[in-house]
Structures are given as C-alpha cells and as structure tokens.
Design a protein around this ligand. Structure first.
Ligand code: CP
Length: 306
C-alpha cells in the first residue's frame, strides 16, 4: 500500500483504507509481541524526545527491539548540542546519518512537519505541542476495534481537555473517517479547537456538551484525557479549570452495558482509581496496543511488511 519510506506527520495524511491496513498489520503482529522477530535486523530507529514521555518512547523502543532492530536517541535535550544552540533542522540533518527512521516529540506545533521537510529519512510524529499525536490515534483506533469488535456504528465520547490535548485532536480527525457519532465533553474553557471542529463537522455527527451526565447513557466508548497543565500560558487559567471533571463510580451510574473507558495516560485525577477494577476500564490494555501498532508501523515504514 506504499508505506515504505513514508513520514507520519499528521493523521490527516492517512485514508481510512490505510488506517484499516495498519490495524490489520498490527493484529498480525500480536504473536510477535511474545515471540519476537528479526525482520528489522540491521535497522536503527532514532528516538528524539524534547518533551517528557513514558509510553510513547518506551513503546517505540520495545517495538523496534521486538522486531530485531536497534534504537539510539535521547529522552531530554539537556544532554545534547541543542543546549549549545543547534536548531531542529540541523539536528535532524545530523541524526538522519545515524538512523533509518526518526521518532520526534517536540513542544512546538509544526515541528514534525518541519523535520520531515529537512529529513531524507521518515519522520514519525510522537507529539507536536498541542497539535497532534498521530500514532496514539492509531493505537486508540486499534484498541476500540479490538475491545468492541468494530469502530463503525459506535457512539464515542471524547472528554476532558479538548483544547490542548493533542491525542484528542488526532483521534477526532481519525474517527471522522468512520461511521461514528462523536460526543465532545468538556468544560467551556477547554472546548475542542475550532480548526478540528471545522474539519470533522459535516463528515460525522458531532455533539458538544459540558457534562458527562448529559450523554453517558448513549456512549459505547468514553475516552478521557487529563488537563494539559504544561500548555497553559496563564497559571491562573489552569487553576480555574483544575479538577473540573472526574470519572468515578457515581459518575458512571446509568452507563450502557459494554461501555469501555480509554485514556492515553498519564492520568492525574480525572479517573478515580476505584474505576480501574471495573469492566469499563481498558486504559492499561490500551498501553499494550501501543506496542503492536508501533511494531506494525515500523515494519511498514522500514519496508519489512508491504
Ligand atoms: N500517551 C502518551 O503519549 O504518553 P507519554 O506522554 O507517556 O508518551
């Protein structure tokens, strides 16, 4: 399907057929999660993380290693020549000599696009400021399909910080390619960005509400996000919305049977720990999906699977 050598900058660069194919390849990778493979032996993946990460960095690293490849990189820029003033374009033009593909997390919106313009090697966007996190959306789609058996026909709620949360931006774009009804649940200050709404409205039905109780009985999937404290320019603005929503057992009274709750993690206080042991909670299983989806993506981009 033509993935070899391709960058992953925005989920908007993918068609539904391409996303479905990535999910199919991820499913085929499931046995290799335990068994491993050497299909990427001799290949090197660079992990350039200019912002903190636990899941994305480690899951790319483990995905590459499970397929027999190697990784290089850094988890924070303090130990690199960025501290001497080296810019992103130069960093990319250097690292492309060491690696077959580059995973980039950066605080600036547009950073992945800029890196892809300068790089001869594929760039994989692992989070570009508050803009997008396309591989998270792929693993979110995979988790919904695996846990619910399908994506089409579902009522899906995205809840929390829809303004600064990059995962919900990519996921909303991706879901607009499927036959779903989308409920956007957030405090008024954290409503979905206009540019995302403009892109998805007209493709799928979208309902915006400020409280979970207004739509809970409709939902098949509830995707919760934390408030992205690090993105607020004004600390007072953050203080005003802090703690403004929380999913606990009481809030889930009246939920549809079969509801699943997802969260990209990390969680702060927006899902009470008492929810973790209910059949609703799938967010730790979602973490495992991140490995097989990234195995699939690396195998496709590096030409081991076509
Ligand atoms: N979901 C996610 O992006 O987590 P990390 O920030 O830990 O990578």
């Amino acid at each position: 399907m033509g993935f070899e050598g391709r960058s992953v900058v925005s989920i908007k660069d993918f068609t539904r057929e391409e996303l479905d194919y990535i999910l199919d390849v991820a499913e085929a990778m499931e046995p290799l999660y335990d068994k491993g493979s050497d299909m990427l032996r001799g290949k090197v993946l660079a992990l350039l993380f200019f912002e903190p990460s636990t899941r994305t960095r480690l899951s790319f690293e483990v995905a590459m290693k499970k397929l027999g490849g190697a990784t290089i990189g850094f988890a924070k820029p303090e130990a690199t020549s960025v501290m001497k003033g080296e810019n992103l374009a130069d960093t990319i033009r250097v690292v492309e000599n060491y690696a077959d593909a580059i995973v980039l997390r950066h605080p600036r919106e547009g950073s992945a696009r800029l890196a892809a313009e300068f790089s001869k090697k594929p760039i994989i966007n692992a989070g570009s400021g508050a803009e997008e996190h396309p591989t998270q959306a792929m693993l979110d789609l995979y988790t919904v399909r695996r846990e619910r058996g399908r994506i089409d026909g579902l009522n899906i709620g995205l809840m929390g910080d829809l303004r600064y949360g990059r995962t919900v931006h990519s996921l909303a774009y991706a879901l607009s390619l499927y036959k779903v009804r989308l409920y956007l649940i957030s405090p008024p200050e954290l409503r979905m960005r206009r540019e995302v709404l403009e892109e998805i409205e007209g493709k799928i039905p979208v309902v915006e509400v400020s409280d979970l109780s207004e739509v809970l009985p409709e939902l098949d999937v509830l995707y919760v996000t934390r408030i992205q404290k690090e993105r607020f320019a004004d600390p007072l603005e953050y203080e005003r919305v802090k703690g403004s929503y929380r999913v606990d057992l009481k809030a889930l009274e009246g939920a549809k049977e079969g509801l699943i709750i997802l969260h990209p993690l990390p969680r702060v206080d927006e899902i009470a720990p008492e929810v973790d042991n209910t059949p609703y909670a799938r967010y730790f299983r979602q973490v495992r999906s991140g490995v097989v989806v990234r195995m699939a993506l690396l195998a496709l981009i590096l030409g081991a699977v076509r």
